[in-house]
Design a binder for this molecule. Structure first.
Ligand code: GLY
Length: 574
């Protein structure tokens, strides 16, 4: 046990300590690290763990650009935020360049070559949740390292090794475990017993780590060192690939060294839209996020949302109705664009929004009809992580990446020290399967060789008049899209401050099940009664999303806002 106090998790002390400990040369700007809203004139990183935000900010201070810092932050989170940070998963990166142009990197996992639509059925031909979400067959071919390598090759400016080295050091030398991480790992004590390599990695002599203890991950350090020295080949070839393929073979998984060698990240066109004069830049399919976000904003644009008042019954009603329609379209049309024609242009057009807006009544709920589509939205975990980066030149990067479930499949590759995703669970369960829980069996998102599974991740950038306004995103499965939507509405319609735009309570509706889930405290009981009287079944939830965002404030200052829903969220800037 390490009895040291844990000052970096006490928000107000963090900045002072960081300042005192950094001891930079006189002309070197100091990095401030804060678990609270932070203003900065230079560069900024906001992520789910202090060491990761600091790693990114140090890259910025050393002259790296926002893509470089995003890569360093992402690798550091793979060490310090194992519930979702990863090299064994995948995700998306949205980049806005200082000249206002933009692009997105898709490093979503892929199905292995042996995949087929009925792979999640058991020997009796019945759908198996266990196979779909909790087995070696639930693991998709990881994309994170390829995505970071491709982003670096195309848009990075600093040396690759220097972006991976902070993560190598954190894994090799260890880092201080936060209270939240200690609690999260302790909560997996029994679950991880069935996964010996995972148990050994996250428990010391079979005992949970306490807050303030140092967590060392030697095997992960070796893998990261191979990635540092060999780039993508350090993961997709050689020893790492061999260790991963061997674990697949042991556990009945289908990912082979060939699957790994073939994996490629893809650069795509962002989904772009406008909302009351603001530009929306967001993730394209295989994420449904950007498409559904723009569709909902287009619908809301036809209503006087500002006049409704934030979190009023009228506001909630119109949000729910926009969500209901966009999530129906998501279930019907969205999938990997390399395998299906996804009608993004139509779904994000103002004309289509006008058509569906006309079906919304002013004060009465519609009803979600499962027969509207031939499929099922399925189960999605809320564990993912989002981080935001802006550099001193105004390059902005919005990254959301994931293992799917918390700690993914729970499978750590023995000898390689990293967790594998269970992202195959984001494919539809089986053709035609529909349940009142919201499962969907639509054709486009069925598992096929090398297809990417549908995602809800919504890394997004907001701009106006050529100027950056905000970098936004969140974890939360399908709630991600609605979390981002409400932050945008809070900024644009209600003129909220950055801190309020993030902190304000949120709600979620996803077409099926036909009920809205409101964060505790979203509205008063009286207002909730008004919403219910409109015909909206509602329930209450503890938390929706963790949106670690950056905004441009007065005079162009960067305002980093770690979501107060996460005690480890940290802004680091200089
Ligand atoms: N696995 C969460 C998502 O991709 O949306």
């Amino acid at each position: 046990m390490n009895p040291r106090p844990f000052p970096q998790f006490v928000p107000l002390l963090v900045a002072l300590l960081a300042t005192a400990c950094t001891a930079p040369a006189a002309e070197t700007p100091e990095i401030t690290v804060a678990q609270a809203t932070l203003e900065s004139g230079g560069g900024m990183v906001v992520s789910a763990y202090p060491h990761a935000s600091r790693a990114g900010a140090e890259v910025l201070r050393a002259g790296g650009n926002a893509v470089d810092a995003a890569i360093a932050t992402g690798f550091a989170l793979a060490v310090t935020h194992p519930v979702a940070g990863n090299i064994g998963g995948g995700g998306f990166m949205v980049i806005r360049f200082p000249d206002g142009s933009s692009t997105v990197m898709d490093f979503r996992e892929k199905a292995p070559l042996r995949a087929h639509p009925e792979m999640f059925l058991d020997e009796d031909g019945e759908y198996s949740f266990q196979i779909h979400h909790r087995s070696h067959l639930a693991v998709g071919v990881p994309g994170t390292v390829a995505g970071f390598a491709q982003a670096h090759e195309k848009y990075g400016s600093a040396a690759w090794a220097g972006l991976v080295e902070p993560a190598v050091a954190l894994a090799r030398d260890g880092f201080e475990v936060s209270e939240r991480l200690a609690g999260s790992l302790a909560g997996r004590l029994e679950a991880f017993r069935g996964y010996p390599a995972t148990f050994a990695q996250f428990f010391r002599d079979g005992e949970p780590y306490a807050p303030g203890d140092t967590l060392v991950q030697a095997d992960l350090a070796s893998t990261l060192a191979r990635i540092r020295d060999q780039g993508r080949d350090g993961f997709y070839a050689g020893e790492t690939a061999r260790l991963l393929a061997e674990e697949m073979e042991r556990g009945g998984g289908w990912i082979t060294e060939e699957d790994l060698a073939r994996y490629q990240a893809v650069e795509r066109e962002p989904v772009r839209g406008t909302y009351r004069g603001y530009d929306i830049i967001s993730m394209a399919p295989p994420s449904s996020g950007g498409t559904a976000l723009v569709e909902m904003l287009n619908v809301l644009e036809g209503f006087d949302v500002a006049a409704m008042g934030a979190n009023s019954p009228a506001h909630a009603h119109h949000l729910i109705e926009a969500m209901r329609r966009a999530f129906r379209d998501r279930a019907t049309h969205l999938a990997d664009p390399d395998f299906s024609d996804v009608p993004v242009a139509r779904l994000t057009s103002k004309e289509y929004a006008a058509e569906i807006r006309a079906t919304i009544q002013a004060d009465a709920a519609s009803v979600s009809d499962p027969d509207d589509v031939a499929g099922d939205p399925g189960w999605e975990s809320s564990e993912t992580t989002h981080y935001s980066v802006v550099d001193g030149d105004g390059m902005a990067v919005s990254v959301t990446y994931t293992l799917e479930g918390g700690y993914g499949s729970y499978i750590t590759v023995p000898g390689a020290g990293f967790l594998l995703n269970n992202e195959m669970g984001d494919f539809n369960a089986r053709p035609g399967l529909t349940t009142d829980r919201g499962l969907i069996g639509t054709e486009p998102n069925l598992a096929r060789p090398e297809q990417r599974m549908l995602s809800s991740m919504t890394p997004t950038i907001l701009a106006r008049g050529g100027e950056l306004v905000a970098v936004v995103g969140s974890p939360g499965g399908r709630t991600i899209i609605n979390t981002v939507l409400q932050i945008v509405v809070n900024v644009v319609d209600f003129g909220m401050s950055p801190a309020d735009a993030v902190a304000t309570k949120r709600l979620h509706h996803q077409w099926l099940p036909d009920a809205a889930r409101l964060e505790d405290g979203y509205m008063s009981e009286e207002d909730a009664a008004v919403l219910t009287a409109m015909g909206h079944p509602i329930s209450w939830s503890g938390r929706q999303g963790i949106a670690h965002c950056i905004f441009t404030g007065e005079g162009g200052v960067l305002v980093g806002v770690p979501d107060p829903r996460d005690s480890d969220g940290t802004a680091a800037g200089y």
